[in-house]
Write a protein that binds this ligand. Structure first.
Ligand code: QV4
Ligand code: CA
Length: 482
């Protein structure tokens, strides 16, 4: 459950939050495959409650009403078509699995596929689930419970969402049936939503009943799904991430919090010299890492001032550090623009999601941010692929907020988060030659569209990053784009 089973040479996944299946299939073929992305986390594919009373918020997708594959992102056939086309493009699909609960109390009761529910009776006929399938007696998690009472956090309702009993054989079989149908379609793994709210012993039973990945989609025989469990553990609670790491990977929320703090000036970059478990982070091989996610970019879930696309210069630097450093299994966030933190994706008056448009400079329109299409981000995905299998060496810093390091003899990166110019002769660990900085531009035949770097026979080069430059990063590597 710890191996994402990326196609060879690929490393990074992107969360295409609220994208439609047809658009994702096209994105795999035209952009993600050719640019070396490893995988995609998709929004929950199972039917959810349509919440018109809140103008179709993004969070309606975390309120399952059935396991039918029918949402605003598309139907089952479109989902399967996406999985096939993405796997063919070398890009894996990971499903956000909502198995802790079903939709809770609302004035509305019709799902995106037309299923209905009777909340007062705990009745979800399209699964079907009834009252005996939920934890009893009914209770709701309060803020205090996190400090004292794991049994309440696991057996009571997370903000009024009806809490399934994963200890029940019937509930397990419904959940496993849902997840296995996705594996058979060709997905490579799952995000386990709200894992902290389920008993690790129940999750183990569920994981162990999952099928091997589908060899018709290019997975090796005997491959287990990649599983990363959403456990927000910033310390100080009665539940710990360590209860979940023996089972499968875990989301590391400290990662984005600490890097956001550092690149916002709250911590000097030089301290990143021992980035990893010495910072209190999980062991690298069980750690799913990200700067922001769909919750904390809008103030849901874990707190803290997390960098997002809205503070682009610092955000790009934090993302570049994540991708340049070998620690963890990185995930990029790809957002739609928002002011209102409840607002769902761009939609028409019938509630249909409006597709992103693609501009000539690779960026998106129609209200979609597409961080994964920013040059400074997708070219760092290539950097990570080129550096795959190497460690960090030849670390340099100025004793403050200018740092640089090599990835074996494959790649080199420098950051300048000071108010003055970085101008240093540094060891790049690369063979002599002229390299194109992949942050300010790319290689175009024999020239660079951005800055270039002359590496001498001793591997050293003069590295310059002005404090007023558009980006605070310079990166070069041995791949074709640099
Ligand atoms: C309201 C009241 C409740 C009341 C209830 C019923 O607040 O007190 O009991 O009505 O009358 C939405 C609304 C919330 C509403 C609830 C139930 O925001 O006001 O309760 O629905 O209808 C997302 C959103 C939630 C949203 C939920 C379901 O973040 O706001 O709740 O979707 O639509 C903890 C967990 C962690 C969790 C995180 C947000 O440990 O697991 O909170 N993160 C994941 C997802 C997240 C998702 C869920 C879990 C739930 O990443 O996106 O919540 O699936 O840290
Ligand atoms: Ca629960």
């Amino acid at each position: 459950y710890f191996n994402p089973h990326y196609a060879p040479g690929r490393t990074t996944m992107v969360h295409l939050f609220e994208w439609k299946w047809d658009d994702i299939a096209a994105e795999c073929e035209r952009f993600l495959g050719p640019n070396g992305f490893g995988g995609i986390q998709v929004s929950p594919p199972n039917e959810n409650l349509a919440i018109w009373s809140h103008n179709r918020p993004w969070w309606e997708r975390y309120q399952p009403i059935s396991y039918r594959l029918l949402t605003r992102s598309g139907n089952e056939q479109q989902f399967a078509n996406m999985v096939r086309r993405c796997n063919d493009a070398g890009v894996r699909i990971y499903v956000d699995a909502i198995i802790n609960h079903m939709t809770g109390t609302w004035s509305e009761n019709v799902g995106t596929g037309g299923s209905t529910a009777n909340f007062g009776e705990w009745h979800y006929p399209s699964v079907p689930y009834g009252r005996n399938d939920f934890n009893w007696p009914h209770c709701v998690i309060s803020g205090n419970d996190y400090g004292c009472c794991p049994d309440r956090v696991r057996n009571c309702e997370l903000s009024g969402l009806k809490d399934l009993n994963q200890g029940s054989e019937y509930v397990r079989s419904m959940i496993v049936g849902y997840m296995n149908s996705l594996i058979d379609i060709g997905v490579a793994g799952f995000r386990i939503d709200a894992a902290k709210h389920m008993w690790p012993s129940d999750l183990r039973v569920i994981y162990d009943r999952l099928h091997n990945l589908n060899t018709d989609h290019g997975f090796p025989s005997g491959a287990r799904p990649y599983i990363y469990q959403e456990v927000i553990d910033l310390g100080g609670e009665a539940m710990s991430r360590d209860e979940y790491t023996p089972l499968a990977a875990v989301t590391e929320f400290k990662f984005g919090m600490e890097l956001s703090r550092a690149f916002q000036g709250g911590n000097q970059l030089r301290w990143l010299v021992n980035w990893g478990p010495q910072w209190g982070l999980l062991a690298s091989d069980v750690s799913l890492t990200f700067i922001d996610n769909h919750d904390n970019q809008r103030g849901h879930g874990a707190g803290g001032s997390i960098l997002t696309y809205k503070q682009a210069r610092q955000y790009k630097a934090a993302v570049a550090f994540m991708l340049a450093h070998p620690y963890g299994e990185p995930q990029l966030m790809s957002s739609f623009d928002f002011v209102n933190t409840e607002a769902g994706p761009p939609m028409d008056s019938s509630g249909n999601i409006i597709s992103p448009s693609i501009n000539s400079d690779n960026t998106c329109g129609n209200g979609w941010i597409c961080e994964h299409r920013w040059r400074q981000i997708y070219q760092m995905v290539q950097f990570r692929n080129v550096a795959l299998g190497t460690g960090v060496n030849d670390w340099w810093d100025n004793g403050g907020n200018q740092i640089a390091f090599c990835r074996g003899g494959q790649a080199f990166i420098a950051f300048n988060n000071e108010y003055w110019t970085l101008n240093q002769n540094l060891q790049t660990c690369l063979p002599a030659g002229t390299y194109c900085d992949i942050i300010s531009g790319t290689r175009n035949g024999n020239s660079c569209t951005g800055k270039s770097v002359q590496v001498g026979n001793d591997g050293r080069a003069t590295i310059i990053i002005g404090s007023d430059e558009y980006d605070m990063i310079l990166a070069i590597h041995r791949g074709p784009q640099s």
